[in-house]
Design a protein around this ligand. Structure first.
Ligand code: MN
Length: 455
């Protein structure tokens, strides 16, 4: 039997609202530009999650800014709202190692309303248009569930969907797992069944963003993150498993051997992703709650970083397996990653960087610093690079590797896109002299010196 457990979206949203972290906007807003503009303004002020209850031309509310602060992330993980970065990291290290298996139920609230193939009308949903030159409204807050046609294993991942008609989306498949799975179906000239899930507990979204090794169950990671099993049900038109409490589930197929124009769309990089010939999705069934909430992620929302936090922690743990002296590792900026370590062997910095770029496709610049440098402080990281790295000896460029296809500095189109990696070793030599950090004694030390007659 379904219950509103700590792992459901509605229980999370209630908690957020009770804590004063959700604002209901009752004034009329436009799904075109206005929702995204208000979102970015409120986010810059570190404001609350926003539920737009009066979207012009639609009878469904739109939620944005749900997971944009560490406080609201902490609420989703059952941690104190004022949790420090260090404590959060420590908790996540424990939780990403474990799995809490999901439970499969007969039915749940996401099937309160079932819309058949003939009645499917995607234009009823308040799909948001964000940037001036976007090709149209983009569904961005949904994750995709699909099964590998050869292994039968289920995968979860985020993708952008361009609204193309009453039952049709264009989709960008970056060369990740869903792309790998779709290519198998495409080669057999078979449609790939998918479910697009909108409105889910943050832990489920975080698991979907993680890109676990193929075959590992992302719902089990989600259960571990939230500390409570995820309740699932079977989709209507396939054996795909979706959260029982999802607000909206769109079931359909990615068609084989069909390509149509998709993009431009303003991406997380801050640039428009360029147009290309990309796959098409036909939606054949929609199920939703009686009073569904549509959830949208604006491309440059800080939510994106929070959804990737489990992935970031897994990368950090992978590097530690190879180089135990690693203390912390995180992105300082999109594509820019910093590792701090206590070197035990000369060359440990480079070894750690090689592990990092092997484990995470989103790293283009990778910096290794000593453990006296705070990897989240840009000033300290730049100081280390500027003073501890001689470029002719301390940098390595690895040309022509797979890169994020949305990075405008790369070369080639779509899955043919490549970039270079730069490793910057800003660690001090282990076995050669290097000047000591200069310091001024603290006021406490000066007082002590005075008391002891040394000053
Ligand atoms: Mn995956």
């Amino acid at each position: 039997m379904f219950s509103e457990s700590p792992s459901t979206f509605r229980s999370y949203l209630n908690l957020v609202e009770k804590s004063g972290e959700l604002k209901r906007e009752t004034g009329e807003v436009n799904a075109k530009f206005e929702i995204a503009a208000i979102h970015m303004k409120v986010q810059a002020e570190k404001g609350p999650a926003l539920l737009f209850e009066n979207v012009k031309g639609f009878d469904m509310p739109v939620l944005v800014n749900m997971l944009s602060t560490r406080k609201r992330l902490a609420m989703g993980l059952g941690l104190p709202a004022d949790v420090t970065f260090e404590k959060l990291n420590e908790e996540l290290v424990k939780r990403v190692r474990k799995e809490v298996e999901p439970v499969v139920l007969e039915t749940g609230p996401c099937k309160e309303v079932v819309v058949g193939e003939d009645e499917v009308d995607l234009t009823r949903f308040p799909i948001v248009t964000m940037h001036e030159k976007d090709a149209g409204p983009y569904l961005t807050g949904g994750f995709v569930v699909a099964r590998d046609p050869e292994t039968g294993e289920q995968n979860m991942s985020f993708h952008r969907f361009l609204l193309k008609g009453k039952n049709k989306f264009g989709v960008l498949l970056e060369p990740r797992h869903l792309w790998h799975i779709y290519n198998k179906a495409d080669a057999r000239n078979e449609p790939l069944k998918i479910a697009i899930v909108i409105g889910y507990h943050p832990a489920v979204g975080m698991a979907a963003a993680t890109g676990l090794p193929l075959g590992r169950n992302e719902y089990a990671l989600a259960g571990s993150l939230v500390g409570s099993p995820i309740q699932l049900i079977r989709a209507e038109t396939s054996d795909l498993l979706v959260p029982a409490d999802a607000e909206i589930v769109m079931e359909g197929e990615i068609l084989p051997r069909v390509r149509e124009k998709e993009a431009p769309y303003g991406e997380y990089t801050g640039y428009y992703g360029v147009q290309g010939m990309r796959p098409v999705v036909v939606v054949k069934r929609i199920t939703h709650r009686r009073d569904p909430i549509y959830y949208s992620i604006t491309a440059r929302s800080s939510e994106v970083g929070y959804y990737f936090i489990a992935k970031t922690v897994l990368t950090q743990e992978r590097i530690k397996e190879d180089v135990p002296g690693v203390k912390s590792a995180n992105f300082l900026h999109t594509f820019f990653y910093v590792i701090s370590l206590k070197k035990e062997r000369e060359g440990d910095g480079r070894k750690a960087m090689l592990s990092a770029v092997g484990a995470n496709d989103s790293i283009k610049y990778c910096v290794a610093v000593d453990d006296d440098i705070n990897t989240r402080n840009p000033e300290e990281v730049l100081w280390a690079i500027a003073t501890r790295c001689d470029p002719s000896k301390g940098t390595i460029i690895i040309p022509h590797t797979y890169g994020q296809m949305l990075d405008p500095s790369g070369e080639g189109e779509d899955e043919a896109r490549v970039w270079s990696l730069m490793l910057i070793d800003a660690t001090r030599p282990l076995h050669a002299p290097f000047p000591e950090r200069a310091r001024i004694p603290s006021l406490e030390e000066i007082e002590k010196m005075k008391r002891e007659g040394k000053l």
